[in-house]
Design a binder for this molecule. Structure first.
Ligand SMILES: [Zn+2]
Length: 313
């Protein structure tokens, strides 16, 4: 096959990851300070309701939906004054609103469910997961930026939720996304995986760490791999990215080519770290590993990094 710099969007590796199926037209050039208020007044507006780390789902129609009308949202105590306009999907206004987290007090057909369970159990479709990733990240940012970092005065939401304006010094604050590098280090027919202390039993995964200011993605991948495993990397290549609303990260998946094999594990970060032959990784992916070791589930970027390598020629 001839070398191709570009691939079709539907073949991009990111396309196959959870939280990546956002179909909302953000209309970022049309955001005004009253755009969320105006959108809320539209009769067909769809609202997602986000509590801290949880999304409300309505099970009254048989299957679950994450979308509420304004009247339904208000009945549940959602903060309409803090509504964020996500954009439009099929020309329907899409908004995200904060709501209290307690399941007690909610009607029986409405459940407050944590983001990981919604993703793992596919309780909403790709578009709903995409709206969740966008809305949850923005709401979490607003909740932690109520005061100006420069002068300490209160800040107010502007631009439909894409900005906060300081009432004291006038500084404008913009939503942040925290980049995290996640990398699968490979050496010939084996790959390097580790176990974090909080991992479920038997799970091994690609190493990961926050990209620091002033650092390229490639440099962060090399630094984290050296710090956590004592492995120096040569070539580093990008594979895919995944929005990760915990609270507002972007996972950036890469492969790294190991220059040495002797592991020196960071014992604070990792409970274990070792090389896995490709045959063993295939067993972990298939759920047939004799020691019941496994990799993260399919919606996770780590899974796709591991699978793509294990199944490659
Ligand atoms: Zn200020």
């Amino acid at each position: 096959m001839p070398f191709s710099l570009f691939d079709a969007p539907q073949r991009e590796a990111s396309h196959f990851l959870g939280f990546s199926g956002n179909i909302i037209d953000r209309q970022s050039e049309k955001r005004s300070d009253d755009s969320a208020v105006k959108a809320l007044a539209e009769p067909g507006a769809r609202l997602i309701l986000v509590a801290q780390g949880r999304l409300l789902l309505d099970f009254s129609g048989g299957s679950a939906t994450p979308y509420f009308s304004r009247a339904a949202a208000e009945a549940l105590g959602a903060g309409t004054g803090e509504a964020i306009l996500l954009g439009r999907a099929d020309d329907i206004a899409m908004l995200a609103l904060p709501v209290a987290a307690e399941q007690e007090g909610l009607p029986e057909h409405i459940k407050s469910i944590d983001f990981r369970s919604i993703l793992a159990q596919r309780l909403t479709d790709e578009a709903g997961l995409g709206a969740l990733a966008q809305g949850a990240a923005l709401l979490a940012w607003h909740a932690s930026h109520r005061f100006c970092g420069r002068c300490g005065a209160a800040t107010e939401m502007r631009a439909g939720g894409y900005k906060r304006h300081c009432t004291g010094c006038g500084t404008e604050h913009f939503p942040r996304t925290d980049p995290v590098a996640i990398m699968l280090t490979v050496s010939g027919d084996k790959c390097l995986m580790g176990r974090g202390r909080h991992f479920a039993p038997g799970v091994y995964s690609a190493l990961a760490g926050f990209i620091e200011p002033g650092e390229t993605i490639e440099a962060a991948v090399r630094r984290e791999t050296l710090e956590e495993a004592g492995i120096r990397l040569g070539r580093v290549v990008y594979h895919s990215s995944q929005p990760w609303p915990f609270p507002y990260s972007l996972m950036i998946g890469c492969y790294g080519e190991a220059l040495n094999d002797d592991i020196s594990r960071d014992t604070d970060e990792l409970e274990d770290c070792r090389w896995f032959p490709r045959a063993e990784v295939l067993q972990m992916l298939a759920g047939t590993h004799p020691g019941e070791l496994r990799v993260p589930p399919g919606h996770a970027i780590a899974h796709q990094l591991i699978r793509t390598w294990a199944e490659s020629d």
